[in-house]
Design a binder for this molecule. Structure first.
Ligand code: AMP
Ligand code: FE
Ligand code: FE
Ligand code: ZN
Length: 288
């Protein structure tokens, strides 16, 4: 068997569990991915790695390959940027310190948003806590779920289009490092850094000069096939990736019932999965 066959796809390298803002346990996420025909998966919860062992065990029991990952929050000026990290060392002190700081700041920020919403709607912090599993990375999706539970909005989408949208005035940012720092921390921990959904419609993207800086600093590639990327943006990224010989991925960004995204709606080629594995030195993939 060649190396590529060992981790043959279909592969989806961007999935969330209830350790962040997905609605299912890590094992359930992997079972769902398997049911959708996937054979290689990465768990990429926001700013944490606590779901890896459960997801890895579920993948092993289903004969799937598991790629440990994370989606790290970053910010370029005011622009929110998500950086996917794969196969880094989860014990790396610098990376852990930074993700601890992001998660801690997310809690205070979510409390401030909820206090602000609570002046106009019947919503409390306890309502939000009731929507999180023990120690989940708290985000606006949990506030959305609390608004749904209170009967204030119909679903997460309605919450994001309404009360949680910055134009409504309740929004607050949270601490996040700049993308150069995030890429440096992930590669410094032996991982491969891939910018998640870099060209989302309706959001201003990073200046191309800054993207070139990220590439020079060791950025591994771009998540191009993602439902929120624009066609024009995808063309630009494909050209940039070809010019610099970068990794390109496709993924679902599955969040359980929290978003319409389904596992495997976009996939990553075996060749690109192989390149991620070959570049990483921080932790090994878990083969069946
Ligand atoms: P936060 O990081 O707390 O600002 O929340 C952003 C998260 O909300 C992202 O990671 C998405 O997963 C989720 N999100 C953004 N927009 C939507 C939406 N329209 N419906 C459901 N979830 C969303
Ligand atoms: Fe999310
Ligand atoms: Fe994201
Ligand atoms: Zn995501």
């Amino acid at each position: 068997m060649t190396d590529v066959q060992m981790f043959a796809g279909p592969s989806d390298l961007h999935l969330h569990s209830n350790h962040s803002d997905g609605t299912e346990s890590p094992a359930e996420v992997v079972r769902q991915a398997h049911a959708y025909g996937l054979r290689t998966v990465a768990l990429t919860d926001h700013d944490r790695t606590t779901g890896w062992d459960e997801a890895g065990a579920a993948a092993a029991s289903l004969g799937m390959t598991f790629i440990p990952g994370m989606e790290m929050s970053a910010k370029q000026q005011w622009r929110s940027v998500h950086v996917l990290g794969y196969l880094f060392d989860p014990a790396d002190a610098a990376l852990r310190a930074e993700t601890d700081r992001i998660r801690e700041d997310r809690v205070g920020r979510a409390e401030r948003i909820v206090r602000s919403i609570g002046r106009d709607y019947d919503l409390s912090w306890d309502d939000v806590l009731a929507q999180t599993t023990v120690d989940a990375t708290v985000g606006r999706p949990h506030i959305a779920d609390a608004l749904v539970a209170r009967g204030i909005v119909r679903d997460r989408t309605a919450a994001f289009d309404g009360i949680l949208h910055p134009r409504e005035g309740y929004y607050e940012p949270h601490y996040a490092p700049d993308p150069l720092t995030a890429v440096g921390l992930i590669t410094g921990a032996g991982g491969v850094a891939v910018i998640a959904h870099p060209v989302t419609s309706g959001r201003e993207q990073m200046p191309s000069a800054y993207i070139e800086e990220l590439i020079a600093a060791g950025l591994g590639g771009f998540e191009i096939d993602h439902r929120e990327n624009t066609e024009k943006g995808k063309r630009m990224l494909r050209q940039l990736a070809a010019k610099h010989d970068l990794i390109v991925t496709g993924s679902s960004d599955y969040h359980g019932t929290g978003k319409p995204n389904r596992p495997g709606e976009n996939t990553t080629s075996d060749e690109m999965v192989a390149r991620i594995i070959a570049q990483a030195t921080g932790t090994a993939p878990r083969y069946p």
